[in-house]
Design a protein around this ligand. Structure first.
Ligand code: ZN
Length: 553
């Protein structure tokens, strides 16, 4: 465990000063952001809102719209300075104003920290994931589709015609495969949803990096004295990433973007930096625009060796309007503009000669026009229990909906296979299942080792979680989804590489998603044969193993 520590001096409106000190336990995923201790009676941390920074403490209710820098009030941090927290005459609740000196001090502190981490390999890698961008968007683009940046990267770099993903083809398992080079069974992010207990936290996703069981690109970066940054990259809450704005939302409010909720899970020093550089994000502003702004800031300000950016608007549009719909094409054009902003930031930072760029995606999409609710049959057979509103509250089995597939679980030592099979007979009779996979088949696919059965939806069918109502609903218009088998046509994801080390004009017909992580690692100048379960795509590099961009002292 390595400890980083430093301090921030905050100046109040009347010229008084308050000091805050922090310690970062860099190798503890749960405590990866600093313990922050501010002076002042009972002060336990800070809030940041549009007015500046506000100390908060016992008995003091922060104003609305205040970003909490203490994650858990029930567990206040112990004072971190050897002499204990310094006392101040400032009363808790006084509004403070962040001075330029504060930020300068924070920047100096971070620069000192960075200096301790140098030199690494001197290389830089920018990874942009355009969620839901099937490779057909660039292999067979619609007439008039304006994606000049993607076209430029393809023309000057290497790309795959198709990438075969993992099962299920969902965002969180797939993004974790990208950063580990391993399939879900090995990396531990088996689906989007984290619960395997019926009725327990059904809306919680795998947000927390501690669930990842395999080494990640950011682990490798840190082990090789390189820095990393990530914006909205899935499964990074608490990750050992130097500058991280993770993707997370309040499960009680649904999958709604709320920057104030997200910032609770961000290193407070990073929150202060971003608030200073970008202002406080406004609710309702385009999420991808905010994400890109933050990534550009990290890139130009900190020049991390690895930067991961996840853009989500295309996926959202495809779910609602279907793949290749006018709305989806418009979202892709906006994503392309964001890619252009990132490329400009690379140039602005003077990193063009040491930065390789990867534009890729997690999965493609299929059109759907029917919703099917297998839980209705399982509840009817007494395998699941429901409340008066039809929500699953418990049962002898658990189910996880992956939209294009449906995983079923039951405890070791029981065999409910025949009962489940009998309950699901109407699905087969009505042609609503394309395939059923048992545990052995799922094992071969590298899918969730605990799942006993997986239902693969028929063409045009999407599974949903409701346990009451009709078995089948016909949608009023075509929508889109994923989560199906990665080998189905339309689910292919994307891979485009470009940069000083990337060979131009290399086209590979079909690669696997597991090959991308080792390839990115190679571009970082790190050669670790134990990383991932497949070798890197050496063919895209100008030299077989890109060496350091600058000599390592
Ligand atoms: Zn996705």
């Amino acid at each position: 465990m390595s400890k980083l520590s430093g301090s921030l001096a905050l100046r109040s409106g009347d010229g008084g000063k308050v000091s805050c000190e922090y310690v970062r336990e860099a190798r503890s995923p749960q405590e990866a952001w600093p313990h922050l201790q501010c002076a002042g009676d009972g002060a336990m941390g800070l809030c940041v809102n549009s007015e500046g920074a506000i100390p908060r403490g016992k008995g003091y209710a922060p104003p609305s719209g205040c970003i909490s820098l203490l994650r858990n009030e029930q567990h206040p941090r112990e004072p971190v300075a050897s002499g204990g927290a310094r006392r101040s005459n400032l009363a808790p609740g006084r509004v403070l104003v962040l001075s330029a000196g504060v930020l300068a001090l924070a920047a100096v502190t971070l620069l000192i920290v960075s200096a301790f981490l140098a030199p690494g390999t001197g290389r830089h890698v920018l990874v942009i994931s355009v969620d839901g961008m099937g490779s057909s968007y660039y292999m067979q683009p619609a007439a008039g589709l304006k994606t000049p940046n993607i076209r430029r990267l393809m023309a000057g770099g290497s790309f795959a015609w198709a990438v075969e993903g993992v099962y299920p083809t969902l965002t969180y398992p797939s993004h974790t495969t990208i950063v580990t080079g391993r399939r879900p069974a090995e990396h531990g992010i088996y689906t989007n949803l984290s619960s395997r207990q019926p009725g327990k936290k059904p809306d919680d996703w795998f947000w927390f990096a501690k669930a990842i069981k395999a080494p990640t690109l950011w682990d490798e970066a840190r082990a090789h004295h390189m820095t990393s940054a990530a914006v909205a990259w899935p499964v990074t809450v608490g990750a050992t990433i130097d500058w991280d704005v993770p993707e997370i939302w309040d499960p009680s409010k649904g999958q709604v973007s709320d920057p104030f909720y997200v910032l609770r899970f961000v290193n407070p020093i990073t929150v202060i930096e971003l608030a200073w550089a970008m202002g406080i994000p406004q609710r309702g502003s385009e999420d991808d625009a905010n994400r890109t702004k933050a990534a550009c800031y990290f890139l130009t300000q900190h020049q991390p060796n690895l930067i991961l950016l996840h853009l989500e608007a295309l996926d959202r549009a495809e779910h609602v309007f279907g793949p290749h719909s006018p709305q989806a094409n418009a979202a892709l054009e906006r994503a392309d503009a964001h890619i252009g902003e990132m490329l400009s930031a690379v140039k602005q930072a003077g990193l063009e000669m040491s930065t390789d760029v990867f534009v890729l995606s997690d999965h493609g999409f299929l059109p759907v026009d029917q919703e099917v609710q297998p839980n209705v049959l399982l509840a009817h057979a007494g395998l699941l229990t429901t409340d008066s509103e039809g929500k699953v509250t418990g049962g002898r089995i658990a189910t996880v909906v992956n939209d294009g597939s449906f995983f079923i679980y039951w405890p070791q030592g029981t065999d409910l296979g025949a009962e489940v099979d009998s309950a699901l007979k109407p699905l087969r009779d009505q042609g609503l299942v394309q395939a059923v996979f048992d545990q052995e088949a799922l094992h071969e696919m590298g899918a969730d080792p605990e799942a006993r059965l997986a239902l693969e939806a028929s063409a045009g069918v999407e599974y949903t979680a409701e346990a009451t109502g009709p078995l089948v609903r016909t949608l009023s218009r075509e929508e889109g989804t994923h989560g199906f088998l990665p080998s189905r046509q339309g689910l292919e994801s994307s891979f485009i590489a470009w940069g000083p080390d990337i060979r131009p004009g290399v086209e590979i017909q079909r690669i696997r998603l597991t090959e991308i992580g080792p390839t990115i690692l190679d571009a970082m100048g790190i050669h670790d044969p134990k990383f991932g379960d497949r070798p890197p795509l050496d063919v895209i590099f100008k030299t077989e193993n890109p060496g350091p961009a600058v000599p390592v002292p």
